[in-house]
Design a protein around this ligand. Sequence first.
Ligand SMILES: *Cc1c(COP(=O)(O)O)cnc(C)c1O
Length: 433
Amino acid sequence: MFVSENLTVNEKNHLAIGGCDTVELAKEFATPLYVIDEDLFRKNCRVYKDAIDKYYDGNGLVLYANKALCTMYTCKLAMEEGLGADVVSGGELYTAIKAGFPMDKIYFHGNNKTDEELEMAVSNGVGHIIVDNMYELTRLNDIAKSHGVVQNIMFRIKPGVDAHTHSFIQTGQIDSKFGVALENGEAFEIYKAAHEMSNVNPDGLHCHIGSQIFDVEPFVKAAEIMMNFAGDLKDKLGLAIKKLNLGGGYGIRYTENDDPVPYDEYIKHVSDIVKDTAKKRGLNVPMILMEPGRSISAPAGITLYTVGGIKDIKNVRKYVSVDGGMGDNPRYILYESEYSAVVANKAGDEKTDKVTVAGKCCESGDLLLKDAMLQPAESGDILAVLATGAYNYSMASNYNRIPRPAIVAVSGGNAKVIVKRETYEDIIKNDVL
Ligand SMILES: *Cc1c(COP(=O)(O)O)cnc(C)c1O
């Protein structure tokens, strides 16, 4: 009935998540409110972990891609489920460190890491740094030398595959700001250069072809290309890679029209090609890493809003305005992304109304859903937008000086605040004059 498996309708005809009535959550914690179903987040972690056990005999590690939703609490959940962490900035690294994440399981990404971030990573003993380019490699070698350590690294490789997704979230092709390309020999050169440096230890390759991908084929293609590149490194330089990190990007269900392949199936197909290519090229199967973000946190999250003014412009469009918008969910304004929503206090009723849900920011593009079907909404109703657990809070801003919502985690009928709602005091706290 709903795009996410964890949502139900209770005896009051209200939407429920993690055993909690969403209308009660809205009352208790106010709106807008992010709600995360802790059990589904954990379950999604396990799907990947189990697949590693099943298809790679446990020789792998799942890294939770923190950029999807990074808080101390979600770090702790991922850690408790035995996952590693993919971080892409000093801020995400800081959050993981403060959450007590084991450093050897942290992988630090980013196409333009600053000296300060590299210093922070090296001095804290980050397990791996995924090096993006030659400039970064030379600086990192110097920084590691100054700390008297040899830093484990991997390289971000552009495998040159088309991921069939929105161009803003395609990252595997040569025309991308991320990583080094295979086609022009860049990838080969950087691996060779690193091998000759004193304070870095290149032990693996990484690729990430994009996000919200529904096809198996680009993942399989990318894995094959990466394994063949590993074969070339062995043949030409005599170097064996130990780790292969295949990134994230698995698509999820935002609307009824989305039909993702079960994640286990992706991993099966990818493992087949990894093993086949290893055999063909005379390589050992490397330790496999993957980095799901969206597919772990998005389905576990919903956002609750209170419906305000409603404008039914005859023969034009019906606007339903809510007390949040692009500040807490910028995905429509960024990608015209689609969502499904439910009037939480009428959750079991039929969706008979075609409406456009608008935010409260001063931008006409500040929408959450356009021309979507919804139960007839009235001012004061609670609206739940579904599958907002990824790239919502993590992309939130204070545009229009609107404080960011709180996040509550729900499980077994209990709800607790894991991130406090911002206050107006928070809004001005860095204004010094
Ligand atoms: C964004 C990103 C991910 C996570 O992608 P999802 O689509 O959220 O699974 C993983 N690895 C890297 C390097 C990324 O940039």
